[in-house]
Design a protein around this ligand. Structure first.
Ligand SMILES: N[C@@H](CCC(=O)N[C@@H](CS)C(=O)NCC(=O)O)C(=O)O
Length: 202
């Protein structure tokens, strides 16, 4: 298997899962600044021209959440739970994409990506709007995690990785994590995992 990644928030969770389940995965870093995501070779793997992407034999998979599912299933890991809990994972995937990570990701873009890629200063209106939504959805996440170690209860799943993928960047992205103590504790727990702490290690 070959996992194409960039050192960015969507690759973070996929590299973490690959490390966590300890499959024989080769990691291939794409240099987004050099446009390596838009070469004909890579577009044949992911026509969207985005990282991450996974090649497993003659199968190619793009979209970070699908990649996490594939890796966990291939490894027979309970990161991908059985039965009805799969519904819960899909719920958190959707919620992250449409709500929490959408707006936290906007803060990540405004404060980190713009600077890194020479795209000018953060747009104050976009920042204000995103911050409002992060506070709104962060409160929902905090409330959910007050009585649970992980999103689905006692067991770590890829739902945790999907929702948390922007939090390693919280400080630089000005995500107000300290306003959400249960979220902060949950993320500290994830940070105890070497795979989550250093998904991009060489
Ligand atoms: N929905 C996709 C988003 C992937 C994505 O936006 N990747 C960004 C980095 S976080 C990227 O490769 N951007 C490069 C570009 O758009 O040129 C996923 O979850 O895999």
């Amino acid at each position: 298997m070959k996992l194409y990644f960039a050192e960015t928030m969507n690759s973070y969770k996929t590299c973490a899962v690959a490390r966590y389940v300890d499959l024989d995965v080769k990691f291939h870093r794409l240099d987004l600044k050099k446009g390596e995501q838009r070469t004909p070779e890579f577009l044949a793997i992911n026509p969207n021209g985005k990282a991450p992407a996974l090649v497993d034999g003659d199968r190619t998979i793009w979209e970070s959440n699908a990649i996490m599912c594939h890796l966990a299933i291939r490894a027979g890991s309970d990161l991908w739970p059985q039965g009805d809990n799969q519904v819960e994972v899909v719920r958190w995937f959707s919620w992250a994409a449409d709500h929490f990570c959408r707006f936290a990701g906007q803060l990540y873009f405004e404060h980190i990506i713009r600077a890194e890629f020479g795209m000018g200063d953060p747009d104050p209106e976009a920042v204000e709007e995103a911050l409002g939504y992060v506070r709104r959805y962060g409160a929902i996440l905090d409330n959910h995690l007050e009585s649970r170690a992980y999103l689905l209860g006692d067991t770590l799943t890829i739902a945790d990785f999907a929702v948390a993928t922007v939090l390693p960047y919280a400080e630089g992205a000005n995500i107000p994590l300290s306003e959400f103590p249960a979220v902060e504790q949950w993320h500290d727990r994830l940070m105890e995992l070497p795979a989550w702490q250093s998904p991009f290690r060489g």
